[in-house]
Design a protein around this ligand. Structure first.
Ligand SMILES: *Cc1c(COP(=O)(O)O)cnc(C)c1O
Length: 477
């Protein structure tokens, strides 16, 4: 299996060749040359599989044996998806399922993706990436310095995945004193000597701009082998495909049944994996995109116009991990929507990259969206608070604000006879303040994380300065 760019002007490469990189050289995103197809017989064989075997059945179709020998791929998967790592399953769930479901009522389920070390779904992909990076780097004798900016979830997932990994250092910028106490403690309490937490005296966008400036300095980037693990990384998307299969198989008994998924969305990475699962033959009815007040995706799926906002026009909401103005993975779906036409994608993104927008009504592309199963909706703060309260009252289950956004939209879109799975993208303990506001009580926290905020913390405080971060990287490599 080779990977090509959505903009059609980059050479085809293998999985391990694109693993450590970000954008393709032509500015596009990597996708497989063609999607592997899973037949009825394949799906039947998958019904008895545990998470690890299922992950191998899918990922071994995306990674050639000549690229990463499949015995090694299997070992990496087995090391990643263990019950001890995904230990924060709810009472009544089996941690060994890795992504267990939780039934709320007939045909309505949560798909729990947040039982890993940082209590958010990003662990599902990032943990695999950590082990894949270490493997690929050790094989080629390379090292990498991962540089990123985070407002919370991505940074902690990356650090917990990369801590202690040979050949990898992580330099993670976060806005000084702007993350929740829990998120800060999660990251800053890590004492591994390959993890560097840098608190930037500014807002998230300042930190992000510093990362961009370093990445645009090609000489520095090459000399210090600067890498990224952002949401456009193909390895992350690939890992996320697996749990759509797992969720489907958990709530059906025959492949003639269809299910729908609702996905709290920001950068369109999670739901893009659902789209690809569908393209591979998984019987999905609807893929429901749920956004918060930052509704650029909801607007597209309702109007056919994709109009990214500026970061100054991004709202800070109570579902902060979905506060995006531009959905970086959206290009992958649009590539399929326009018939895998790289030149069309180039034309559309030449407008987007210049700060503009595009309208897909004209050439009849927008009319095809329904055929891909997509519908959408959005929530505001009051909706999320109300959904958290109602879910607690009706089912005795506490959900976080991101999942609440999903459930609110799922209830609007679901069909009576089609099982709906709402992806649980974080556990409520991660967003304590919002839960206290909704329910007047502190959410339950896993016992092993009690006192997290009291552990010793290590971080370096830095001004908003590109020279300062470069000097810091020089001094620590
Ligand atoms: C990252 C994140 C999202 C958004 O996921 P995308 O893949 O960017 O669409 C939603 N919820 C939580 C809790 C997250 O951390």
């Amino acid at each position: 299996m080779k990977y090509i760019s959505t903009r059609g002007q980059s050479p085809a490469l293998t999985f391990s060749e694109i693993l450590l990189g970000g954008l393709a050289p032509d500015g596009g995103l990597y996708l497989p040359e063609q999607y592997p197809q899973f037949s009825d017989a394949d799906l039947n064989a998958m019904r008895g599989m545990n998470y690890r075997d299922l992950a191998f059945a899918i990922l071994s179709r995306l990674v050639d044996n000549s690229d990463i020998p499949h015995v090694d791929l299997k070992a990496i998967i087995d090391k990643t998806y263990r019950a001890e790592v995904y230990q924060y399953a709810r009472a009544g769930q089996n941690a060994a399922d890795i992504t267990p479901t939780l039934k709320l009522e007939d045909n309505l389920y949560l798909l729990s993706l947040s039982n890993g070390p940082t209590l958010a779904f990003k662990d599902m992909a990032m943990q695999l990436l950590g082990n894949l990076f270490e493997y690929v780097l050790s094989k080629t004798g390379q090292t990498t310095n991962i540089l990123g900016a985070t407002s919370g979830d991505t940074g902690s997932a990356a650090e917990y995945a990369m801590r202690g990994k040979q050949g990898v250092r992580v330099f993670m910028l976060s806005p000084y004193q702007k993350m929740s106490r829990f998120q800060t403690a999660q990251m800053f309490s890590l004492q591994d000597d390959n993890i560097f937490n840098i608190a930037v005296k500014g807002v998230f966008d300042d930190a992000q701009d510093m990362v961009k400036a370093v990445s645009n300095d090609h000489a520095f980037k090459a000399e210090y082998k600067i890498g990224a693990v952002n949401s456009i990384n193909w390895g992350r998307i690939a890992a996320q495909i697996v749990y759509y299969f797992k969720g489907y198989l958990a709530v059906t008994s025959s492949n003639s049944q269809k299910v729908s998924f609702t996905v709290p969305s920001g950068n369109f990475g999670n739901i893009c994996a659902g789209h690809i699962a569908r393209m591979m033959g998984l019987p999905i009815d609807q893929l429901v995109v749920a956004t918060n007040e930052n509704d650029v995706l909801d607007e597209f799926f309702n109007t056919g116009v994709y109009a990214p906002r500026s970061s100054a026009n991004t709202y800070h909401t109570s579902s902060p991990s979905m506060d995006i103005s531009k959905a970086s993975n959206f290009e992958r779906f649009i590539y399929d929507l326009v018939g895998q036409d790289g030149s069309k994608v180039r034309e559309l993104w030449s407008a987007v990259d210049a700060g503009g927008k595009f309208d897909l009504n004209a050439q009849g592309y927008f009319a095809k969206v329904a055929g891909f199963g997509f519908v959408s909706g959005h929530s505001n703060h009051a909706h999320r608070m109300q959904t958290i309260r109602a879910t607690k009252a009706s089912y005795g289950v506490t959900i976080d604000t991101h999942t609440a956004d999903g459930l609110k939209v799922a209830l609007e879109q679901r069909k009576a006879d089609v099982p709906m799975l709402v992806l649980e993208t974080a556990l409520p303990a991660k967003f304590e303040e919002a839960i206290v506001e909704a329910l007047g009580e502190v959410p339950e926290r896993p016992a092993s994380l009690a006192g997290l905020e009291d552990l010793p913390q290590t971080s370096s405080v830095m001004d908003v300065s590109v020279d300062a971060i470069k000097a810091f990287i020089r001094a620590n490599t």
